[in-house]
Design a protein around this ligand. Sequence first.
Ligand code: C2E
Ligand code: MG
Ligand code: MG
Ligand code: MG
Length: 293
Amino acid sequence: AAKEQGRNRFNYFTPSMQEQAKYRMRLIQDLRIAIEHQQFNLVYQPIVHLQSGKVHKAEALLRWHHPERGYISPTEFIPVAEDTGLIMEIGSWVFEHAARQCRDWHHEFGTTIQLSVNKSPVQFRDEGENFERWVALLEELELTHGGICIEITEGLLLDASSGVAEKLLTYRDAGIQVSLDDFGTGYSSLAYLKKFDIDYLKIDQSFTRNLENDASDRTLCEAIIVMAQKLGMKVIAEGVETAKQQEILKAMGCDYAQGYLYSAPVSREEFETRFLKGDPNQAPQPDKPETRK
Ligand code: C2E
Ligand code: MG
Ligand code: MG
Ligand code: MG
């Protein structure tokens, strides 16, 4: 029994390679089932225009509710989906779902909420003929005037061989805008940004987090904002959680902010209730920590 206990304890702290492989196989199988059985859905996080307080944009984030395990974070399953190629099918679903949601909101509420969808480098490089299909869908839904924005990451821009710059131009022609996500976490060089057609730069939440206490992060943020704007981009700060952070960013001239201060990512219904119904001129009400569900 002691031996049994010891082994269990050992397994608990450092699962063997075999266990890990088994776990991964299971996750891959379950992802295939999830695609077939439509276990995915999107949640939406508002992106707030700092000067007016209005919400004209939102980021669509993928959620998977596993029938047995419940919520599984995209940071856990997206890398597995990338390794196995399943990301292509999942990515198509996300794009199509977001595009239809954007059109539906436009029809129902008369306002265009630009929806951003995340695209990993794997998706970007391999999308091939899918791209034509998406462009056709955007035309069908009359979304070729910036209704959809794609979020890419810095790593992609370093890969000079993959024709990224040309591809971004085809996005522009299709009326798709482009955000550079998590800026500052990879190999960040503002100098090479000018070679690419990018509309928004998203400052990573690791910089926003310390704005109040860290003078060097403040300096960095301000420099990023000024230079990005001079290069013709708008700036979105991610992970804004406090009114003080908002105040600092606003004073620096940051264009947009996104984070728990305004809202966590929410379901379609909740997004409609809080940001689309009622007085569209009203600024969003910040989440109060004690009332947040
Ligand atoms: P991301 O694109 O940088 O998305 C922002 C993440 O920060 C989201 O996590 C969001 O819920 C979280 N967040 C928002 N506001 C705050 C805040 O104020 N404080 C803190 N601490 N966090 C905040 P989430 O939804 O878990 O997504 C994690 C990552 O998974 C995303 O990072 C993105 O890289 C990836 N992801 C999500 N959906 C998709 C998708 O449809 N396709 C692809 N390829 N990747 C996705
Ligand atoms: Mg993103
Ligand atoms: Mg991000
Ligand atoms: Mg991220």
